[in-house]
Write a protein that binds this ligand. Structure first.
Ligand SMILES: C[S@@+](CC[C@H](N)C(=O)[O-])C[C@H]1O[C@@H](n2cnc3c(N)ncnc32)[C@H](O)[C@@H]1O
Length: 202
């Protein structure tokens, strides 16, 4: 029989998947927080949490093994400002969280679903833009990075025609923003990263 290893402390498991959560139910008290959607192995999330101990971070990831790995690394580094939830990204934003609590939402190097018949699998769609807008706090930001130029243009297009966001300035080095292992590896091959910052309009 397989032994189940219990999730370590930073794992956040909602008691009820059908009611919208307040931040206090995730972090113990209300207040804005940052989200890393599809946090993968947590390289970015954990560096951010260590760099900004006064902020709170939630990683969203659908693969159990990755969630366990991020949780155990967060625990071994003594990070008490980070939680990780195993859930599907859109479901989380649309149904599991009360609107208006995310100060910055990071969406880094998602699968670009390059084939046209798979574009429907992309998270960023016209009908996703109001979901994203609602989840952000006033003045909240959506930060996006990809290795895939066509997906990048797709996202710019959806953001612009939604009318819900304005493009913010973002130059490399403007603020602390660690590169993921994937980005470092990609750029070491001389390939470009595309990135954009969108600010919620009222
Ligand atoms: C290509 S990896 C990028 C990981 C990380 N953001 C980085 O930059 O290194 C994409 C991650 O998103 C997760 N993922 C993909 N679709 C998801 C979804 N709909 N909901 C939650 N996680 C998802 C995958 O399991 C994977 O860990």
């Amino acid at each position: 029989m397989r032994t189940l290893i219990p999730m370590t402390e930073p794992a956040f498991i909602p008691e009820d998947y059908f009611s919208a959560l307040a931040p206090s139910e995730i972090f113990g008290e209300d207040g804005l927080f940052e989200v890393d959607l599809g946090c993968g192995d947590g390289g970015f999330l954990l560096q951010m949490a260590a760099h900004y101990p006064e902020r709170r971070f939630l990683g969203i990831e659908r693969l159990l093994g990755r969630v366990r790995g991020v949780c155990s690394r967060a625990a071994s580094r003594g990070l008490d400002n980070v939680k990780v939830c195993r859930v599907e990204s859109r479901y989380f934003l649309e149904w599991l969280l009360r609107p208006g609590w995310i100060s910055r939402l990071h969406y880094l190097f998602p699968d670009p679903w390059p084939k046209e018949r798979h574009h429907k699998n992309r998270l960023i769609q016209d009908d996703f833009m109001p979901v994203l807008h609602r989840s952000l706090a006033d003045g909240g930001e959506f930060l996006f990075k990809t290795d895939h130029e066509e997906y990048f243009l797709w996202v710019l297009d959806r953001a612009e025609r939604s009318g819900l966001f304005r493009r913010g300035n973002w130059e490399e080095g403007d603020f602390f923003y660690p590169k993921t292992d994937f980005q470092l590896q990609w750029e070491s091959m001389g390939k470009p990263t595309y990135f954009a910052r969108f600010i919620k309009r009222q």
